[in-house]
Each structure stands twice: as C-alpha cells, then as structure tokens.
Design a protein around this ligand. Structure first.
Ligand SMILES: NC(=O)c1ccc[n+]([C@@H]2O[C@H](COP(=O)([O-])OP(=O)(O)OC[C@H]3O[C@@H](n4cnc5c(N)ncnc54)[C@H](OP(=O)(O)O)[C@@H]3O)[C@@H](O)[C@H]2O)c1
Length: 286
C-alpha cells in the first residue's frame, strides 16, 4: 500500500470503527473517519466524492445497520446500508484504484454446522440482517481489490454489546442471570480484530477471511466467564433459545475457522478469554 495515501474508515463512531482508527493511529497511518452525521454511505454522491477526493489506500467499511432484530421489520432500510451502499463504495474504490475492506458476519451462515465454518462453506442466512450482509459481500466483490472480513460476537470500547449488558446486570445487584446456552460462537474483542484487519491490509490479503478471537463458547459460557473474571457472586443459569423468543433467528452454531487468517498474518488471535481479561482490565470498559 502507498504509505502517503490515507486510510478511510466508515462507521467511525461504532465500536469497531473506533478500534480501527485507534489502531491505525498507533501505527502512524493517516486516517479519516466518517459516520452517518458527516457522510451517509447510503448517499451515493456524497460517499463517492468523499472517497475520490481523498484517494485512500483503502476504505474499511465498518458502517452497518447492526440492529439484528430491527432488520426483520426494516429489511429495505438495512439493505440500503448493508448492501446498496457497499456497491457505492466499491464503485468509488474502482475509480481510483483503492482497496475495499468490507466487514461481514458469521450470521451469513445458517448455524447447522458441527465444526467451525471455513470461508468457502455454503452460506444460508437465517435472518434479514444476515441476508443484507450477504448482499453486502456480493457488492464488495465488485471492487477490483477487495477483502471481506467475516467476524462475530463483537465487543469493544464505547459499543453496545453483550459484555456491557452482563456487567450492567451484575452492577445492578442481580444475583441470578439466565443466559442462552444453545447458541455457540466466537466472542471477539474489537481491538484484536482491528489489529488483524490492519495486518491483513499490510500483507495485501484479498478475498474472504474469517477473523475472530480463538475459541468457541456459548452465550452462557461467555456470561459465566465475564462473571468469573469480575469476581461476581452470581448464578449463571443455562436456558434454551426457545425461552427467549426474539424477532430474528440466530445461528445455533457459528464458530469461525480462522486458519486462513493465521496463514496470512502468521499468528492466531488471542483466545477469547485472554481478550476478555484485557478488555475488563481497561478503565474504559463499560
Ligand atoms: N456487533 C457484532 O457483534 C458484529 C458481529 C459480526 C459482524 N459485525 C459487523 O462488524 C461491523 C462493525 O460492527 P459494530 O458492532 O462496530 O457496529 P456499530 O457499533 O453499530 O457501528 C456501526 C456504525 O455505523 C454507523 N452507520 C449506520 N448507518 C450508517 C450510514 N448510512 N452511513 C454511515 N455510518 C452509518 C452507525 O451509526 P448509528 O449507531 O447512528 O446507526 C454506527 O456508528 C459491521 O459491519 C457489522 O455488521 C458486527
């Protein structure tokens, strides 16, 4: 990548966008972010001009309609951001020879697998969110130089996420937590993912790559580990998904095989338990 060209990050107020900008800053990469109040990526003219004027080395698209349950009733709005806007980004990147790095999700899989999903496993999203993100992947592939990074179960500074929700319940004095034990995935700390994304960009990776902290657990296992690391005296009760009906169907199993990531950047990401320790140990954790 041409070191004089900046990096552009969309969704810069989001938990991953913030982490990518912080990591790029630590690597002294000139970076500019946008969020919906400055550049709405669904506004083709605005986002195209923004990219073409800056001639970035790469655009990292962290912007998305991420309210998974809301997508069920607002699929058109979600598609506009998660897919149509990605086509705008791809078109602008092609005009000036920039790389498009699109962030995608484990929810493109149906969750019926019994072992971690590889990049070329068949996709079959079970939710509106997953369908719009899959269309976003297809749009990203129209960029001549593209990288699609599928990740999962994110938490990070300043975000709305599961770790914060469990912590708030503990802080409120709740002594019994009822948590779904029949959905399995890969909890991932945005700081570790941001480092992986920039490492992938640095080695010129392209195509599709799965990136997540190492290890797979259930939401129940994740909650029990959060409580343990916080030293909280709470009972974490395992419940079935059927006891918590929600508008969007989640995959029962969406562990990601990260072998390709390890081959490309020469390392696996730390375990999810190690990542959680570093997150909870930070004064900024919510
Ligand atoms: N969170 C997860 O567990 C998870 C798991 C797998 C993959 N991912 C993917 O990872 C990426 C980052 O997720 P995240 O958790 O960091 O999401 P996030 O915290 O919700 O951040 C997304 C950001 O994008 C902004 N945005 C929404 N529509 C926009 C638009 N039209 N133009 C510009 N900005 C817009 C959002 O603003 P508002 O908040 O105002 O809408 C928000 O600041 C997304 O692609 C997501 O699909 C997330």
């Amino acid at each position: 990548m041409d070191a004089r060209r900046p990096l552009l990050v969309t969704g810069s107020y989001g938990q991953l966008g913030k982490a990518v900008i912080a990591e790029a800053g630590a690597r002294a990469i000139p970076t500019e972010g946008c969020d919906v109040d400055t550049i709405d990526i669904a506004n083709r003219g605005a986002v195209t001009s923004w990219i073409i004027e800056r001639r970035p080395r790469a655009v990292i698209n962290c912007a998305a309609y991420t309210a998974v349950d809301d997508c069920e009733d607002h699929e058109d709005e979600a598609r506009a951001v998660n897919a149509t806007a990605v086509a705008h980004l791809a078109g602008a990147c092609n005009t000036i020879g920039s790389k498009l790095i699109q962030i995608s999700t484990d929810y493109v899989f149906d969750g019926t697998a019994k072992k971690p999903y590889r990049e070329d496993d068949p996709v079959a999203p079970a939710s509106a969110y997953g369908r719009t993100k899959l269309l976003g992947e297809q749009a990203a592939r129209t960029a001549d130089d593209h990288l699609i990074v599928r990740t999962a179960w994110l938490y990070g500074f300043g975000g709305r996420h599961f770790v914060g929700a469990i912590r708030r319940q503990i802080d409120a004095g709740n002594r019994q937590l009822r948590v779904v034990a029949d959905q399995f995935g890969s909890p991932t700390f945005c700081d570790d993912l941001a480092a992986a994304i920039l490492d992938l960009a640095a080695v010129g990776a392209s195509g599709t790559v799965h990136a997540a902290n190492t290890g797979i657990t259930s939401w129940h296992g994740f909650a029990a580990e959060i409580a343990r690391q916080l030293g909280a005296r709470v009972e974490v009760v395992a419940v079935a998904t059927s006891e918590f009906p929600r508008p969007a169907r989640r995959p029962a199993y969406s562990g990601l095989d990260t072998s390709r990531l390890a081959e490309l950047i020469g390392r696996r990401l730390p375990t999810w338990q190690d990542a959680l320790t570093r997150y909870l140990g930070s004064a900024c954790a919510s």
